[in-house]
Design a protein around this ligand. Structure first.
Ligand code: SAH
Ligand code: SF4
Length: 394
């Protein structure tokens, strides 16, 4: 990665063009793309071939302009441009942390904003993408959960986040150039804003596009979907997406989990564990990640660590436990467990035979860490309200 000056904030104000009545080709499945081409004048006999060609231009080469699709006849390119656009979310701001983490704020239709985080590591580069604006769930330790505004992202907006990051990383290959195997963007985690399993179809379609070998071409093993525990959709995730699974577990008794992850009141720990035990892809090479946020005095006792292991063992789930030091946000009702406590907790799990990595906190200086994401418009609105109340106007 080219070295960037630390902590920059580029504000880009690219005006959004929304050509009337045109169809965005981004986010369409291959079948949908084919149908759209036929509907707008592509002869049925040619449609399959044209779908493949256009698909490659969009997802393999990152082309956004039909005029550049040089293996298509000029007249056909003009015809495409009349009916279609190739559009992805617009980057509003980009911040680069001291540690190289990049946080993007993207604007989507309706003026909503979502955050996307890129985390470079030695052997990989992970993009943390969002599936919803805000979240309908209200986990008590999560900043996104306090955001009122919610809408599902479209498949275009979800895969568009990946395309946006490839733009920024300048990672699109040029036609004719040799294939570069060392990817800056090698992994995707659905751990940004929103509950991906409450937006199942769009997440599935977007991830299918990201995995398609004729395009972005990421292996299903390099995509991890994190859910708070939407039990009925867990089996579908294996069948229809096939990616790895992470679970926001966070507590070892229903009493505590009801408070931390309120979806537990709908599907409790036992029901969740049963769904995980029968996750079709789970194996030693494809373990399920248990995410566990370390909250001081709430869920971080030795007894919790032992109970956690007991739950996993009882159901014989191939698992690794990812301990996440709580990322504090303004007004958060919890504190991060001490490093000693986190290490002691990790050790109990490790002694029981499970990997227990402690997640390194990245991008703290730009509030890019897990669970800190919340759109800037929302923050601005809040602070305006605060200012008003402080001034006695609210
Ligand atoms: N909605 C999904 C995915 C997004 S959250 C889910 O809940 O799984 C990604 C991860 O960050 C989840 O494990 C979530 O519980 C965790 N998280 C949320 N807020 C956090 C915070 N303030 N500090 C640390 N982790 C947090
Ligand atoms: Fe939503 Fe996940 Fe945050 Fe819970 S932890 S409020 S499910 S984004």
């Amino acid at each position: 990665m080219s070295p960037k000056a630390p902590i920059t904030q580029d504000v880009m104000t690219i005006p959004r063009k929304l050509p009337e009545g045109k169809v965005n080709l981004v986010g369409l499945t291959r079948d949908q793309l084919r149908a759209a081409l036929i509907e707008h004048g592509t002869p049925e006999k040619q449609a399959k071939m044209r779908t493949g060609q256009i698909w490659q231009w969009i997802y393999q080469w990152g082309v956004r302009d039909f005029a550049q699709m040089t293996n298509l006849a000029k007249a056909y390119r003009a015809q495409l441009a009349e009916h279609f656009v190739i559009e992805i979310p617009e980057v509003v701001t980009r911040q680069v942390s001291e540690d190289g983490t990049r946080k993007y704020l993207c604007r989507i239709a309706g003026g909503h904003e979502v955050e996307v985080v890129y985390i470079p590591e030695e052997d990989r580069g992970t993009l943390c993408i969002s599936s919803q604006v805000g979240c309908t769930l209200t986990c008590s330790f999560c900043h996104t959960g306090t955001q009122k505004l919610v809408r599902n992202l479209t498949a275009a907006e979800i895969v568009g986040q990946v395309m946006m990051a490839r733009d920024d990383l300048e990672e699109w290959p040029t036609p004719g150039a040799p294939k570069d195997e060392t990817r800056l963007l090698s992994n995707i985690v659905l751990m940004g804003m929103g509950e991906p399993l409450y937006n199942f179809d769009n997440v599935r379609d977007a991830m299918k596009i990201a995995m398609d070998p004729e395009g972005i071409s990421l292996s299903r093993r390099r995509i991890t979907l994190s859910t708070s525990g939407v039990v009925p959709e867990i089996a579908r995730t294996a069948e229809e997406i096939g990616c790895l699974l992470a679970i926001s577990f966070h507590a070892t008794t229903d009493e505590t989990r009801d408070v931390l992850v309120p979806i537990n009141k709908r599907w409790n720990i036992e029901e969740l564990l049963q769904a995980l035990a029968s996750y079709p892809n789970a194996s030693n090479s494809e373990r399920i990640t248990f995410e566990y946020v370390m909250l001081d005095g709430v869920n971080d006792s030795d007894a919790d660590a032992h109970r956690l292991i007991e739950h996993i063992k009882r159901h014989n789930i191939p698992a690794k436990i990812n301990l996440i030091p709580f990322n504090e946000w303004p007004g958060a009702p919890y504190k991060r467990s001490s490093n000693n406590r986190i290490r002691a907790f990790a050790n109990i799990i490790y002694q029981a035979g499970y990997a227990s990595p402690i997640r390194k906190t990245r991008g703290e200086d730009i509030m890019a860490a897990c669970g800190q994401l919340k759109s800037a418009t929302e923050r601005a609105r809040k602070s305006r309200k605060q200012i008003e109340s402080e001034a006695g106007l609210g």
